[in-house]
Design a protein around this ligand. Structure first.
Ligand SMILES: Cc1cc2nc3c(=O)[nH]c(=O)nc-3n(C[C@H](O)[C@H](O)[C@H](O)COP(=O)(O)OP(=O)(O)OC[C@H]3O[C@@H](n4cnc5c(N)ncnc54)[C@H](O)[C@@H]3O)c2cc1C
Length: 482
């Protein structure tokens, strides 16, 4: 089979464990250089944008930052257009955001970055449909990988169990994309390899999500987001109203240990009204609920340091949530997964999957790609009461103070806001926050007046007034940055 990598014919066989986002993107990454890519997925995969077993988090707000969306587009050209055609919203950041950050209401500057807002079911469907259309890719739904085959020196395949019993799939490369419950630590142990060091930071965050019908006339409504302030010694409580396809608002509320929302539909609006500003509660109070409240508690930051293991077998790579998970409030898991898949594509574009040392190189590069999202989420989470994890050191305290300063000045200063969103969207390295112009803008004396109300535009207020009986407060119009 010819390869479109320009490196000659596609060679070798790969097995991908897990057919979720990381699995499908990894399959796409391998599809042009590897002769056969088999994705093994434990559960059935729907033929359309529908809920499925094995992905409980899909009911909660899932946004794909520009750093991830660009990676998906590189792996699967046309994905963004298909998503938008199916009703996904492209949210210009910070133009289409009404956000209360820990530093105050953010001015709606011209677009610097963006994210895609849609249901997770739609996103996964588009990715899955495009990835499985590649001739080299085949999928075995309803099949579980039971164990790896090979030795501590090299993996040669997997043993799977499907409807027709157990069988072996030989592979030159096995990609573990099986998510946060990955069995790789156990499998490596069985091969006689030393245990992997794992870092955990747990703020005890709980999510509660409910979908509403968006009131007519609010089709272009912005994303509304209220964030906790980690400087306050109380549980952090947050809320996001995400407009998604089908004229719906997906509203996710969350709280750290001691401040979690419950599944009680009657307390959903009250919880939202109790955030640092009541706007999300006021908005959902007038919208029609389309289902029950769904909870999630799988929000721990967990990082497996495979790249530091003294020995690593040939032919095994661990990507996506199987490698690291992050507090979902930051919306980074899928974007990092897409960047992991790009790392895999670059490596296999240079060398075939059969090359010695390839797996270790990919593992080291994937770990590097993980670091920014990890430090943003784990660093902030440690600040909330009752958070569990290695206590922050003196350097972390200085960094936290700088982050607070960035959050404050980003509300009105474009230089800071741009750098912050470049980093948060995983479009620039964290070092962008240390550029001299950014540091100077962040540390200059604050003379601006903070916004006191949600910065809705006059058009957005008019849309709300048309459907919302109580008078919509006349907050400040979005004005020029300081
Ligand atoms: C509440 C919540 C909200 C989130 N919000 C966001 C967000 O806004 N933005 C964002 O970018 N990320 C978000 N995330 C993170 C995002 O959901 C994950 O990063 C993403 O799903 C990672 O995909 P994955 O493919 O690595 O793992 P998963 O999606 O967990 O998929 C793993 C797959 O492997 C299969 N599998 C497992 N074991 C086996 C086996 N032995 N054999 C065969 N198949 C197997 C499973 O059935 C499953 O399909 C959120 C997460 C949570 C929990």
């Amino acid at each position: 089979m010819p390869s479109d990598s320009g490196r000659g014919p596609a060679r070798g066989r790969a097995v991908v464990i897990g057919g979720s986002l990381t699995g499908m993107l990894a399959a796409a990454a391998l599809s042009s250089t590897t002769a056969q890519v088999t994705v093994v997925e434990r559960y059935a995969l729907p033929a359309g944008p529908a809920p499925r077993q094995g992905l409980p988090q899909a009911r909660h707000a899932h946004l794909l930052w520009s750093g991830g969306a660009r990676a998906v587009e590189q792996l699967l050209p046309g994905a963004t257009e298909r998503l938008l055609a199916a009703g996904a919203r492209r949210i210009a950041v910070p133009t289409d955001l009404v956000t209360l950050t820990s530093g105050g209401w953010l001015t709606r500057f011209p677009e610097r970055q963006f994210f895609l807002a849609c249901s997770r079911d739609l996103l996964d469907w588009v990715v899955r449909d495009l990835a499985t259309a590649r001739p080299a890719v085949r999928v075995l739904p309803g099949s579980s990988v039971l164990r790896l085959r090979g030795t501590a020196a090299g993996i040669t395949g997997v043993v799977i169990r499907g409807a027709d019993g157990e069988r072996v799939l030989d592979a030159d490369l096995v990609v573990d994309a099986s998510g946060r419950a990955s069995a790789t630590p156990r499998w490596l142990d069985a091969l006689g390899l030393p245990g992997v060091r794992t870092r955990i930071v747990d703020s005890g965050l709980g999510y509660a999500t409910r979908v509403f019908r968006a009131p007519p006339g609010t089709e272009d409504f912005p994303v509304v987001n209220i964030q906790a302030d980690p400087r306050r010694p109380v549980p952090g409580r947050n809320g996001t109203l995400l407009p998604i396809e089908g004229g719906r608002w997906l509203v996710t509320l969350s709280g750290t240990r001691g401040g979690r929302p419950t599944a009680d539909p009657d307390s959903f609006t009250a919880f939202a009204r109790g955030l640092r500003h009541p706007v999300i509660g006021d908005l959902v109070a007038m919208a029609e609920p389309l289902g029950e409240v769904t909870l999630a508690h799988s929000t721990v930051n967990q990082r497996r340091l495979y790249e530091r293991m003294p020995a690593w077998p040939e032919g095994l790579v661990v990507l996506g949530d199987a490698l690291a998970t992050y507090n979902p409030l930051y919306g980074h898991g899928m974007s990092v997964a897409a960047q992991h898949a790009l790392v895999l594509r670059r490596a296999t574009g240079r060398q075939p999957v059969t090359s010695p040392g390839l797996a270790r190189r990919v593992q080291v590069a994937a770990a590097r790609t993980t670091t920014a999202a990890w430090s943003m989420a784990a660093g902030q989470d440690l600040r909330f009461p009752g958070a569990q994890g290695e206590p922050p050191g003196p350097g972390d305290a200085v960094m936290s103070r700088y982050v607070d300063r960035l959050m404050l000045t980003a509300t009105r200063r474009t230089a800071v806001g741009r750098a912050l969103f470049d980093v948060i969207s995983l479009s620039a390295p964290q070092s962008a926050l240390m550029r001299p112009d950014v540091v100077a803008a962040a540390l200059a004396p604050v003379r601006f007046t903070p916004l006191t109300d949600p910065p809705f535009t006059p058009q957005e207020r008019a849309a709300l007034r048309a459907v919302w009986p109580p008078p919509v407060p006349d907050g400040p119009a979005p004005d020029a940055p300081a």
